[in-house]
Design a protein around this ligand. Structure first.
Ligand SMILES: [Zn+2]
Length: 241
C-alpha cells in the first residue's frame, strides 16, 4: 500500500500513513503561465489508526524549473487543522507567524515554533499599542494629535516584554493572560538564544494554545462583545422611542 509522511497528533510523531486516497489539481497562472500543483491525501496512521488528511503543493516542475517534479512536505489539515480567527483586524504578520509555528510543530521543530509564537505576540503588542494607520485600514480615525512641544525622537518599536506589560497596564489583558504571556516571553527568550536547550512538544503545544487564547481574547472576543453591546443599545433605544 502506498504511504505518505504526515504528523500524527495522537502519536505526536511523523508517521508513514497508509494512503487510502489522493486528489490532485494542476493549473497554470493565467497571467504568467507559471504552473501550479496541489494535492490532498487521506489515510490512516499505521500505529494508532487515526484518520489523517494532509495537503502538499508542488514546488518543482519537470521541464520547467526542475529536473523532476518536487512536492512540499505534507501539512496536516485534519484532524486539528490550523486555527482560524473571526476578526478581520488581526495583522497578517500575526497569522503568518502562527501558520509558520504550526508547520514547525508538525515537523517537531519546537524551538522554531516557540520563536514564532513570540513573534506573533510581539506583533499583536505593536498592533494594539502602537497602531500605524497606514497598516490598519480598519482602525477608527485617530484622535487629533496633541500640540507638539518638543521635537519628537524617532519612535522605538515596542518589544515583547514592554508590550506585555503595557497590555496589562491598559487592561487589554487580565492577570491570567498576563501570566501566560510571561511564560511565552520566557520560552521565546530561551528559544531565541543559541544555548543548548530542548523544548518538549507538549510544552510547545500548550504555549500554542495560550497564544491562540490571548489573540482570540484581544481581537475576536472583544470585537464580538462590542457588536453584542451595540445591538443591545440599539434595541434599548428603539424601545424608548
Ligand atoms: Zn498515530
Amino acid at each position: 500500500m502506498p504511504t505518505f509522511i504526515i504528523d500524527c497528533p495522537h502519536c505526536k510523531a511523523k508517521v508513514a500513513a497508509n494512503e487510502k486516497g489522493r486528489a490532485e489539481q494542476f493549473y497554470s497562472d493565467p497571467d504568467c503561465g507559471e504552473p501550479n500543483g496541489y494535492r490532498l491525501y487521506v489515510g490512516s496512521c499505521p500505529s494508532c489508526s487515526s484518520l489523517l488528511a494532509g495537503e502538499s503543493t508542488q514546488i518543482g516542475f519537470e521541464n520547467y524549473d526542475s529536473d523532476e517534479d518536487v512536492w512540499s512536505d505534507i501539512v496536516r489539515v485534519h484532524p486539528k487543522p490550523a486555527r482560524t480567527f473571526r476578526s478581520q483586524r488581526i495583522p497578517r504578520i500575526v497569522t503568518e507567524s502562527l501558520a509558520e509555528a504550526d508547520r514547525s510543530l508538525q515537523a517537531n521543530a519546537n524551538i522554531a515554533a516557540v520563536v514564532m509564537f513570540g513573534r506573533a505576540l510581539e506583533a499583536v503588542c505593536r498592533d494594539i499599542l502602537d497602531p500605524s494607520p497606514t497598516e490598519d485600514p480598519f482602525a477608527p480615525p485617530a484622535p487629533p494629535a496633541p500640540p507638539v512641544t518638543k521635537p519628537e525622537k524617532p519612535k522605538k518599536k515596542i518589544m515583547l516584554a514592554e508590550g506585555i506589560r503595557k497590555l496589562k497596564e491598559k487592561n487589554i489583558i487580565d492577570d491570567r493572560l498576563y501570566d501566560w504571556s510571561q511564560q511565552l516571553h520566557a520560552f521565546r527568550n530561551l528559544a531565541a538564544h543559541p544555548d543548548e536547550i530542548s523544548i518538549p512538544r507538549e510544552d510547545a503545544e500548550d504555549l500554542q494554545t495560550f497564544v491562540y487564547a490571548i489573540i482570540e481574547y484581544i481581537y475576536d472576543l472583544t470585537e464580538r462583545y462590542n457588536e453584542f453591546k451595540s445591538r443591545s443599545e440599539k434595541r434599548a433605544k428603539r424601545k424608548k422611542a
